[in-house]
Design a protein around this ligand. Structure first.
Ligand code: FAD
Ligand code: UDP
Length: 389
């Protein structure tokens, strides 16, 4: 077990019960225990810490991610400084190829993609920009995930790279999804083939789970895995709850189910040193049932004669992984959020509880901001020097 066997006070009470040991829950546990001396009980219904970022060595000794490939990238110094207390880093820039018309070409679409796919010889940014402009179909008001792409690259490239992938990933056509989803993927006129351009791109040197273990190794943090909030919510005595699970579940689906998208992961270990040229290969074709294959040795730099890959099969059923960004879901979320705001003694934080399609670094930022709010409230509640006289 990470953390203490028993962190409750002598009266059996905790200051905080934190639900979910992913980034949001673990960071708040660490901050509250180390900065406020709070007694924290951190639970997760899964048999491990780390949430969706959990990694472990499989039987072949390959470090893989149980819930699909997690690549860390951020522009925030604050986030890097915070996490660097618990891990060293291995520089890693993620690259992705998409299988289109039988070729593997860079995604995000860049000048190389255009040249390889259409047999062109575009030499400069200006030439690539002019070419894209000749294909683009300008959209007056960009609202949907279809608009974003068609406006930038036109319908043919949209259909080849985005429509099939998005329909598989979300079970919805891009025209039914908020523009923010495909806007995650830029279009480039240069030959930069990195998936991300953030200032900091690196993997935790010993993996995510090791980083979480260090974060939670504190005498005032008690970690209990394999424990569902629903089974302990009446039994645990805590002054405050921090909840990082699905918000609709907390309120017993009072207004109906909030849609989340799930995935099935098929992990395979192959008797070859490397399986594919880059960390992830995307399969946008509707004829292929999975969306992408990722190979961990690219991410981790691990040397071994065998390799582990993961296929991602999108699914409506299963663990909630992605909030689904579209107006009607946001409206339903807002009703739950109003209820959450009115609920005394509970703080909702994290990707599932705030229904936001956030990357890891954004969740770290959100958790640190939540701690600052708790901290300011505590400072305000302290009797002032004048009042104390
Ligand atoms: P989670 O990690 O989901 O943690 C919430 C925890 O709460 C879970 O462990 C859950 O078991 C627990 N829980 C829920 N309900 C209960 C309950 N009732 N009782 C007890 N425990 C409960 N981000 C990136 O930055 N880069 C990437 O490359 C990247 N790749 C991703 C790939 C996939 C396939 C997915 C799904 C996500 C990816 N992300 C990536 C996003 C990243 O996973 C999230 O931003 C981050 O893990 C969110 O942290 P969290 O603490 O909010 O939630
Ligand atoms: N996308 C796509 N084709 C691709 C890559 C991405 O259509 O080759 C779209 C798809 O809708 C996807 C979204 O862009 O869900 C965001 O992609 P990202 O790789 O950021 O997804 P994540 O890693 O969060 O699953």
């Amino acid at each position: 077990m990470t953390g203490q066997d028993r962190a409750a006070g002598r009266d059996g009470r905790y200051d905080y019960l934190i639900v979910g040991a992913g980034f949001a829950g673990s960071i708040l546990a660490e901050r509250l225990a180390s900065q406020h001396g709070a007694r924290v009980l951190l639970i997760d219904r899964r048999p491990h810490i780390g949430g969706n970022a959990y990694d472990e060595k499989n039987e072949a000794g390959i470090l893989y991610h149980r819930y699909g490939p997690h690549i860390f990238h951020t522009n925030s110094d604050q986030v890097v400084d915070y996490l660097s207390q618990f891990t060293q880093w291995r520089p890693y820039e993620h690259r992705v190829l998409a299988v289109v018309r039988g070729r593997q070409v860079p995604i995000p679409i860049n000048r190389t993609t255009l040249n390889e796919l259409f047999g062109l010889d575009l030499k400069t940014d200006a030439e690539a920009a002019a070419y894209l402009a000749s294909r683009a179909e300008p959209v007056d008001e960009i609202k949907t995930s279809e608009d974003v792409v068609v406006n930038a690259v036109g319908r043919e490239l949209y259909e080849l790279f985005f429509q099939g992938y998005t329909r598989k990933q979300w079970g919805l056509d891009p025209s039914e999804l908020d523009k923010s989803v495909t806007a995650r993927i830029p279009t480039r006129t240069n030959t930069d083939d990195r998936y991300f351009t953030d200032t900091f791109q690196a993997m935790p040197r010993d993996g995510y789970t090791a980083m979480f273990q260090r974060m939670l190794d504190h005498p005032r943090i008690e970690v209990r895995t394999g424990v569902d909030f629903r089974d302990v919510r009446e039994g645990v005595a805590a002054d405050h709850i921090i909840y990082t699970g699905p918000i609709d579940e907390y309120f017993e689906f009072r207004f109906g189910k909030l849609p989340y998208r799930s995935l099935k992961f098929d992990h395979k270990t192959l008797d070859e040193e490397l399986h594919q040229p880059v960390g992830t290969v995307n399969y946008p074709s509707p004829d292929v049932p999975y969306t992408r294959i990722s190979e961990y040795k690219h991410l981790t730099g691990q040397q071994a004669p065998v390799t582990t890959i993961t296929y991602e099969y999108p699914s409506a059923e299963g663990d909630p992984y992605y909030p689904i960004p579209r107006a009607e879901n946001q409206e339903l979320f807002k009703r739950y959020e109003t209820l959450a705001d009115e609920t005394e003694g509970v703080t909702f934080v994290g990707r599932l509880a705030t229904y936001r399609y956030y990357n890891m670094d954004q969740i770290v930022g959100q958790a640190l901001a939540t701690f600052r709010k708790i901290d300011e409230k505590r400072e305000r509640a302290k009797p002032s020097a004048v009042a104390a006289e």
